[in-house]
Design a protein. Structure first.
Lengths: 390, 77
């Protein structure tokens, strides 16, 4: 951080402390909501959802070979393969902006070109394991599923549209040697890796299994009653896999990379939950921003509400995963389901600072077209989802 | 000797830069260590992943934090 930025922060915090009427009932209620929301997260989501998801993200980043995915982005790669891989590879490659932007610049200027590059740029942040899990857990599986499907479909459509619009200048790219991350030899088969990650995903699903509706019969209540036994059995299975398939060093790098994600994401999420709680409150509890305000702007499923949600999402910067508590607050304050999906689809992939960086790579014109495509698609998807989900 | 660390400024890139500088100091070789954060320049090296280390124009490692022994062999070799 630059010294000038530090000074700016100190002045801002000072002014806030000085002028905010802390004893006003609305501000007190908002402060209370911030910590109630934080407690809800700590009690309901951290142990059963976030921690297992961090371990999965860590495992993916260490054990899934990046080189095997990235070779589909070379300039010689088949186009169809490039697009399909670009639209889903966010799950394995992109949990951190460290990977997304350099990779995007590389694919754009040296590799498969503008189509797969923009497809990847879009799907990367939107489809990572952590984001989808948390969306499904907190905002409901319907929205989680819609987000995952939307992200994959949008990625391909956006990529294809970009190629269609900018067919000509695609040829001007530089040719040259491409360096992929080193492929490291390992002693496991693909099946073993897949089983290992599958076991962890199952642990996540069972540990976070929601209480079925009162009075329902059949499979769900039975699973719910047995969920801790299943989880423990799966944990033991995971322990055996680790002992027999992985070396000590590999386990160490796995834990290190999980710890890396936790360090990076927990503080951001803590801040995001506090801010969302302060501004919007838990569902059913008003806070600083009046509910009728949210309802007028984002309620229902009108074209205007969806468009507003898309544009706001595109401009705003959401630190990794913080879009979830913010959306939870908005939904509680009366936002429609359609606009919620629109915001989720336009939000994480785009932000004002992000646009500036993308602009420096592919120019203002292409960046503007890229952003417009995403805003329009998000609005349409929001309206469709609003009609289906009611 | 001319060493470049390519990375937009994430924790992994800082760690890589720190290790390289440490090795350069330990071996007390005459080397300039530069950090490159400009995305288009990074892409210009053709690396598909950061952090990457370039020694005298040759790409040595991509997409991971290199080990100290590896860095030593690049500088001595």
């Amino acid at each position: 951080m630059k010294e000038r930025t530090k000074l700016l922060w100190i002045i801002l915090i000072f002014l806030a402390s000085y002028y905010i009427p802390w004893s006003h009932p609305v501000v007190r209620q908002s402060g209370f909501e911030a910590f109630m929301m934080l407690q809800e997260y700590a009690r309901e989501h951290v142990l059963t959802c976030l921690i297992p998801a961090f371990f999965i993200a860590g495992a993916i980043s260490v054990f899934v070979s990046q080189a095997s995915v990235l070779k589909y982005f070379g300039s010689q790669a088949k186009k169809i393969l490039s697009y399909s891989v670009a639209s889903v590879s966010g799950t394995v490659l992109a949990v951190c902006s460290c990977t997304v932007l350099p990779l995007f610049a590389g694919i754009y200027s040296r590799g498969a070109g503008i189509g797969p590059a923009t497809a990847f740029l879009y799907s990367g942040p939107a489809i990572n394991v952590l984001a989808i899990t948390l969306t499904a857990k907190i905002l409901g599986w319907q929205l989680g599923l819609a987000r995952a499907i939307g992200a994959v479909v949008f990625a391909v459509v956006t990529g294809l549209l970009m190629v269609l619009i900018f067919r000509k200048d695609d040829a001007a790219r530089t040719q040259g040697q491409i360096y992929l991350p080193d492929e490291e030899g390992k002693g496991r088969t693909l099946l073993q890796d897949a089983l290992y990650i599958l076991t962890m995903v199952l642990i996540l699903i069972f540990a976070a299994f929601a209480r079925p509706a009162e009075g329902s019969t059949g499979l769900w209540p039975a699973i719910f009653a047995a969920k801790w036994y299943i989880t423990i059995a799966l944990l033991i299975l995971l322990g055996f896999m680790l002992k027999s398939w992985f070396t000590r060093d590999e386990c160490k790098t796995w834990v290190e990379s999980t710890w890396g994600f936790m360090k990076q994401i927990f503080p951001l999420l803590l801040g995001g939950v506090l801010v969302a709680g302060f501004m919007l409150g838990r569902p059913g509890h008003p806070a600083l921003i009046p509910e009728h305000f949210v309802q007028t702007l984002l309620g229902g499923n009108s074209l205007w509400a969806n468009l507003f949600a898309s544009v706001a999402g595109a401009l705003m910067y959401f630190a990794t995963l913080t879009e979830v508590p913010i959306l939870q607050g908005l939904l509680g304050a009366g936002m429609g389901k359609g606009p919620a999906l629109a915001l989720l689809l336009a939000g994480p992939a785009l932000s004002l600072p992000n646009m500036l960086v993308i602009g420096s790579v592919m120019g203002i014109k292409k960046t503007a077209v890229f952003c417009s495509i995403i805003i329009i698609l998000s609005t349409i998807a929001g309206m469709l989802y609003g009609v289906i989900a009611g | 000797m001319d060493i470049k660390i390519l990375g937009p400024g994430c924790p992994k890139c800082h760690e890589t830069e720190r290790l390289v500088r440490e090795v350069v100091a330990e071996l007390s070789v005459d080397a300039s260590v530069d950090k490159i954060t400009d995305l288009m320049k990074i892409a210009g090296y053709g690396v598909f992943g950061t952090p990457a280390v370039v020694v005298d124009g040759e790409v040595k490692s991509v997409g991971k934090i290199p080990k100290k022994e590896e860095i030593k062999t690049w500088i001595e070799g």
